[in-house]
Design a protein around this ligand. Sequence first.
Ligand SMILES: [Zn+2]
Length: 93
Amino acid sequence: MVTIVKRRLLDILACPICKHFPLELLVFEEREEIDEGLLTCKNCGRWYPIIESIPHMLPDELRDEKEDLEFLKKWEKKIPEPVLRNGKPFNLK
Ligand SMILES: [Zn+2]
């Protein structure tokens, strides 16, 4: 599913793993849409990157670890500590 992220559309996104809703949103870069940001699931501890306005809501086995770690490093200063240290499925610990 490809969804361009407008804030109102985020209201319909649930965690693809545990179906928790709503997800917490952090915006790193925003023009007309949210260009880069982070969605986190409080229930299962997973996080999902928003890259080029597209939320990457993939199950663990389809995620690209290298790309995910690059994303965490890119926004390290803005991402909350618990996500950097304990976020699932990947973190910087
Ligand atoms: Zn979840």
